[in-house]
Design a protein around this ligand. Sequence first.
Ligand code: FE
Length: 202
Amino acid sequence: MSVEFPDLPYAIDALEPHVSAKTLEFHHGKHHKAYVDKLNAAIDGTAYDDQSLEQIILGAHDASDTGVFNNAAQAWNHTFLWHSMSPNGGGEPQGPLAGEIGSAFGDATGFRAEFKNAALGQFGSGWAWLVRTVDGLEIVTTGNADSPLVDGNTPLLTLDVWEHAYYLDYQNRRDAYVDTFLDKLINWKFAAQNLEADRNAA
Ligand code: FE
């Protein structure tokens, strides 16, 4: 069994003009695919071969199996990223998610400010996340390939702040990229689904 390289959940040009087809051709078609290909080459014939991607991430982390962990986590993180953006994104969270955002950050504006601050504050490559912890919603960042899954937290949304995610469209302007994500692309419906699944699992 090998880990699947998933299609994008929308057309390659669906996020234009905010994220170009050219960016997605490289980011999904080259970067994401390379993580999956390297992972599958690394786990072929090993005990990881029959495991889910989540199991591989947690097992490789526990075993300090860095090469497998990095490629497995990047495979997972990128699939999660594609769903964290939508051609019809932006706006405000609805329903129970809006309530939890309010409890954690005051309101959607408070969330926005804290998320932007975190995404800009991540030095070098990494990820900004909205996660659900036992104490409620939090914004966290992870460096390079690292994943909130290893801390037992449930990711609701993510943004890739590796330069490969934005350089073709925004060059060095990470702040403009983060603003565009928050204003035009953020997929609150996906976050709400992840919140509901986590509440039902608890
Ligand atoms: Fe990336």
